[in-house]
Design a protein around this ligand. Sequence first.
Ligand code: RB5
Length: 145
Amino acid sequence: MLVAIGSDHGGFRLKEEIKQLMTEMNIEFRDFGTYSTESVDYPEISRNVAQSVANGEFSRGIIICGTGIGVSIAANKIKGIRAALCHDVFSAQMSREHNDANILTMGERVIGFGLARAVAEKWLTTEFAGGRHARRVCQIADLEA
Ligand code: RB5
């Protein structure tokens, strides 16, 4: 699995923590920035991560901002992206099993680092269940047409 990861300044520290987690999990990733806590606008970073997933260059993406909301809204504008904002482990699991979410978003100002690691680990290790859920994911894609 190859993961694209990005954040704005509000999510920079949590991005570094999740990069550490992926290193521990032997998951390959590329960091799309930002690279400090200096203020930046999140839509462009979110778009860059989302496009890299939508075009197949990366299998999944993780994007973090202060709340996780802005990067989620922006990523979901990109065709083919199913970005899920998850701050608990159950939602992370369901977003993969039922929704085949290809991007996880989180908010550094919302969640503690320990829980964020657990959320990301569950999300990264859970597969799509398929079956009836595949039909529904196809229906979501139809909405983009
Ligand atoms: C930046 O201050 C903040 O607005 C951003 O990180 C994010 O929370 C937006 O949704």
